[in-house]
Write a protein that binds this ligand. Structure first.
Ligand code: FAD
Length: 425
């Protein structure tokens, strides 16, 4: 992989030898002699990439992230279900600073691709030799008729963690016995394919555990099938009989509108009125910073070279995590972490001649259905046919014995501790 892209390598060497005007004009920075990597986004993709790229101090690594804490979406469903505290989802950036990463707590406003600079919201410019983008997703606020940004408190999405997660939990706590919850599930491709279905499992768990077993959860889904469907439906039948109803698009005849003022959801087939809670998970696209830089295609996500995670539109810019088009991989924290390591390795090879190995990726998505009843799906992946392709896959089976499911949940908990340590140090 060291010779990933002769063209980009040539262009970089030419730039380094002639030192671009932008680089010469840039104000002196600490470690100016070292090649500069800027990373935008301090989630699983960006924080992992920054930490791995900075490992021996040979590259000057700056991470741009407006927030001083990161709240994980992963395991936020377990918080809803009462299995974790909110505080346990919150991570700081001290470990990255210890690893030599410079933190800039500001949003990136634009990428100046010609001058090879990131423009910060405050107007300052950060020159880079390589840039890794991991801005995650933006929500398509106009994808659900009647809903929008101004209604995200009344009908929370909780698809970006933090305040939204707490709003959803507070509303869930107020659902009465016999109350109605409607989830609007998102269309493909979206962050965390099993996430909506784990979420309703956790909602049903907490309702049942708190004497509200007559509450009902309706999932209005635009998809004809969903991740781990057989496993979830088996679990719902055994743990929460009659509580969860999944409505496929041919039955609902499509979502027509929602009314956040009255808690109403209208489909082509039925109107659900007076819902105690409506969880709208809208359609999604790559974070604006990547789209505005011209790195996304018509899908709203960013095509990448599967051997390196370099953007197809700009070989000196890498896009990892949910913003990228990941081939057979799902959009998950596990996948973002795996892709970030490939991007960091490639950057280190290109900037300091570090050794690079062929790109290999991995993912597992665990989902908790009820106490000690977890299932998983995952695989290993490699570049093939111009995309990231699955080379080996696995999935839990229906009818598995309880000990196996308990073991799967133990893996899930161990994974969270391991991956957050790997991401944040
Ligand atoms: C309910 C739910 C459950 C989930 N469960 C799992 C699970 O069990 N396992 C799993 O692997 N995955 C899970 N996921 C998916 C996982 O959370 C995402 O795939 C993962 O967070 C993607 O990482 P990322 O780095 O691409 O983006 P993000 O985590 O969204 O991080 C992006 C960061 O970029 C920053 N940013 C954005 N724009 C800018 C800008 N212009 N300038 C500077 N910074 C910027 C943001 O502030 C943010 O911190 C779940 C998701 C949800 C919603």
């Amino acid at each position: 992989m060291a010779a990933r892209n002769p063209l980009s390598r040539r262009r970089f060497l030419a730039g380094a030898a002639g030192l671009s005007a932008a680089a010469l004009a840039a104000p002196p920075v600490v470690g100016q002699a070292r090649p500069r990597l800027v990373v935008v986004g301090g989630g699983p993709g960006g924080a992992t990439a920054a930490r791995y790229a900075a490992k021996d101090g040979a590259i000057d690594v700056t991470l741009v992230e407006p927030s001083r804490h990161y709240v994980t979406c992963f395991h936020s469903n377990l918080f809803l279900g009462g299995f974790r505290s909110f505080d346990s989802l919150v991570h700081g950036y001290g470990g990255l600073e210890k690893a030599g990463v410079r933190l800039v707590h500001e949003a990136a406003a634009a990428i100046d691709r010609d001058r090879r600079e990131v423009v910060l919201a405050g107007g300052a410019r950060l020159p880079f030799d390589r840039l890794i983008l991991s801005p995650g997703i933006d929500l398509k606020y106009d994808s659900v008729p009647g809903w929008g940004r101004e209604w995200e408190e009344a009908m929370p999405h909780a698809w970006k963690a933090g305040r939204q997660t707490q709003i959803l939990k507070a509303k869930l706590d107020q659902v009465p016995d016999g109350g109605l919850i409607v989830m609007i599930a998102p269309p493909n491709p979206y962050r965390c394919p099993p996430g909506p279905y784990e979420r309703v499992s956790m909602m049903a768990h907490v309702l049942k555990a708190t004497g509200r077993g007559r509450a009902k959860i309706i999932i209005v889904d635009p998809k004809e099938k969903f991740s781990k469907q057989g496993l979830f439906q088996e679990g719902w039948e055994s743990h929460y009989p009659g509580m969860i109803e999944w409505i496929a698009p041919d039955i609902s005849e499509g979502l027509k509108s929602v009314d956040p003022k009255t808690g109403t959801v209208v489909t082509g087939f039925e109107t659900y009125a007076n819902a105690a809670l409506v969880n709208v998970i809208p359609a999604q696209m790559a974070g604006a910073i990547a789209r505005d830089a011209g790195l996304a295609d018509a899908s709203g996500y960013c095509p990448i070279d599967p051997a390196s995670m370099a953007s197809r539109a700009d070989a000196g810019i890498f896009v990892v995590g949910d913003a990228a088009i990941p081939g057979d991989m799902p959009k998950s924290a596990f996948a973002a972490n795996s892709q970030a390591k490939v991007a960091a390795m490639t950057v280190r090879a290109e900037l300091i001649g570090a050794r690079a190995f062929p790109a290999r990726y991995a993912n597992t998505c665990w989902s908790l259905i009820d106490i000690d009843d977890a299932v998983k799906v995952g695989g290993r992946y490699a570049p093939a046919d111009g995309r990231i392709k699955e080379v080996e896959g696995f999935i839990s089976q229906t009818g598995e014995p309880p000990e196996l499911r308990r073991g799967t949940q133990a893996e899930n908990i161990g994974w969270y501790d391991g991956i957050t340590a790997d991401i944040f140090g």
